[in-house]
Design a protein around this ligand. Structure first.
Ligand code: GLU
Length: 471
């Protein structure tokens, strides 16, 4: 049996982390099993589905690297197929036309509520007894079994049982002829030969309804795995209130897709106490049966930690690819500066996100017109003038521009003036990078052109001169 799984989002908003995690579990399971992963856009709710949301889902899936197999299915393009199957159920008397008016249904609900009964359709049209005219509008209802219960073995939650009492004869086709959600899902999961359905626990009751429809068709019911919810840091259901929950927001905020994938897989699944997994390791160890039953709490600090691990672990060329996007986003042209890989090598451990990495590295590519105020106040003082002048000369005289020679020039300056390294290093750092924070100066200056370094030292000397003149 070839494993077939799917991700079936409703395009009513961006791809949020809960959806992304469900997609990830389905994708991983298909890939590890040598199976197929289908992407199906459940856009039957015409009022709430938008093209922007579809695009956000496609962008998110692509950014996370979860490629679907074959074409992307859109339910709105399959209405004829669903209609055919509705017809089949009617022919077999497993579904029927219902002509009940809205007024009747409203009155029924009110009465049920007043009597403290469970609300739901009472089967008024289920025996064909209708006084409606032939051309009156109708819906089609599925004849749900009246007795017994729906049972299935959920891969995550174990033995499940939902009584048929809890379900009424649900509408499978509206008056305008459009099919309804639970019906389309069954037809698609059946026709697409789904073997495993991974989705949120909020679909448990839908699963029971859907199994009844599968059985009405005599179709094979897939294996279900219902994941728990993701909660915010505060223990409440994850929502917009918790900040960035749209997947692309994580890209904008500077996370690597590999880090988010690793973070999401661990949010509800574990393998011993291992935290960081390569994709190959996930393909080996991941299994839907070991997804946690209990809810998981989203923890931004842990995601930050994971991101930092990945910035250091992944090949610098891979990190550089994503970093390039951030520089562009921050309008920093990197064409005429050091290779991004070199920036990753020396800066990655200093930050948690790529966004920060780009922010603190702009001085490699762009001139600055001002020094960081606090750093300048502390380190670009008249006492630093001599150190800067001597260092400038020594750097200028270097015949080879590499970290070792640069370090020798800095050491030589400190020796010549008989001062500590900090007295040379800090003014030089502020002069050349604009702030008091940078990696070790030898590797930093090595990445800047020599004439740029000299120019910036001159700018710092001017700044000091200005300061002297004003005092
Ligand atoms: N379209 C449904 C949703 O976005 C998911 C349906 C399913 O996975 O069966 O909630």
């Amino acid at each position: 049996m070839t494993v077939v799984t799917r991700f079936a989002p409703s395009p009513t908003g961006y791809l949020h982390v809960g959806g992304a995690r469900t997609a990830l579990y389905s994708w991983l399971y298909a890939k590890k099993s040598g199976g197929k992963f289908i992407l199906r856009i459940e856009d039957t709710d015409l009022e709430r589905s938008t093209p922007e949301a579809v695009q956000a889902i496609l962008d998110g899936m692509k950014w996370l690297g979860m490629e679907n197999d074959g074409e992307i299915f859109y339910q709105t393009k399959r209405f004829d197929l669903y209609k055919e199957f509705v017809q089949k159920l009617i022919e077999q008397d497993k579904a029927y036309k219902c002509y009940c008016s809205k007024e009747r249904l409203d009155a029924l609900r009110e009465e049920q509520e007043a009597n403290g009964q469970r609300t739901g359709y009472d089967g008024h049209c289920s025996h064909g007894s209708t006084d409606a005219a032939q051309d009156a509008p109708y819906v089609v209802r599925f004849r749900n079994p009246k007795e017994g219960s729906v049972k299935w073995t959920d891969v995550i939650r174990g033995e499940m049982e939902i009584s048929n009492d809890e379900m009424d004869d649900m509408i499978i086709q509206r008056t305008d002829g459009s099919p309804t959600y639970n019906f389309c899902v069954v037809i698609d999961d059946w026709q697409m030969e789904m073997t495993h359905v991974v989705r949120g626990e909020d679909h448990l009751i839908n699963t029971a309804k859907q199994i009844n429809i599968f059985e009405a068709f005599g179709a094979t019911v897939p294996t279900y795995a219902h994941c728990s919810m993701i909660l915010g840091d505060d223990g409440k259901k994850l929502s917009k209130r918790h900040g960035a929950v749209g997947v692309m927001q994580y890209r904008d905020d500077g996370y690597l897709p590999q880090a988010l994938i690793n973070y999401l897989v661990r949010l509800g699944w574990s393998h011993g106490d291992q935290e960081v997994f390569t994709l190959d390791e996930l393909f080996t160890h991941f299994d839907i049966a070991s997804i946690n039953k209990s809810a998981s709490g989203f923890n931004t600090e842990k995601l930050n930690w994971m991101n930092q691990q990945y910035m250091k672990l992944l090949p610098a060329t891979e990190v550089a690819k994503h970093l390039a996007w951030h520089f562009e986003n921050q309008n920093v042209d990197v064409a005429n500066g050091p290779k991004l890989e070199a920036i990753v090598e020396i800066q990655a451990e200093r930050v948690k996100t790529l966004k920060e990495l780009a922010e603190i590295s702009a001085y490699f590519y762009q001139d600055f017109s001002e020094f960081d105020e606090k750093a300048a106040k502390k380190h670009l003082r008249p006492v630093a003038k001599e150190a800067l002048q001597v260092a400038k000369q020594k750097l200028q005289d270097l015949t080879s521009w590499d970290a070792e020679s640069i370090q020798a020039a800095i050491n030589g300056t400190a020796e010549q003036l008989d001062v500590g390294m900090g007295k040379v290093g800090m003014p030089l750092r502020v002069a050349t990078t604009g702030s008091g924070n940078s990696p070790s100066l030898d590797v930093t200056l090595e990445l800047l052109p020599k004439d740029k370094v000299i120019e910036r030292i001159d700018m710092a000397l001017d700044f000091i001169a200005q300061r002297e003149a004003n005092s």
